[in-house]
Design a protein around this ligand. Sequence first.
Ligand SMILES: [Zn+2]
Length: 84
Amino acid sequence: MSVAVRSVLRRRHDHYAVCPQDGLWFRPLYTEGKCPLCGEAAPGGEESSLPLLLRVDRFGLGMAALALSSLAMVALVLFTYFRA
Ligand SMILES: [Zn+2]
């Protein structure tokens, strides 16, 4: 196995933690540093929280964008209707 592939695999493996209570492998980044089954803190310390773009509620942003585009479409239709 090449060095590059090995380093990628090691880096990927570093993001995981195993719970000593139930042996579950999980990613503390997405579980706030706790085991999703028993709530035990991840061994090796708590990982930093998610980056800002992953913490933002993208569903809410999508709904806001949809509402804005709907309003723009209504305005365009009304403008076209009353102008003609
Ligand atoms: Zn656990």
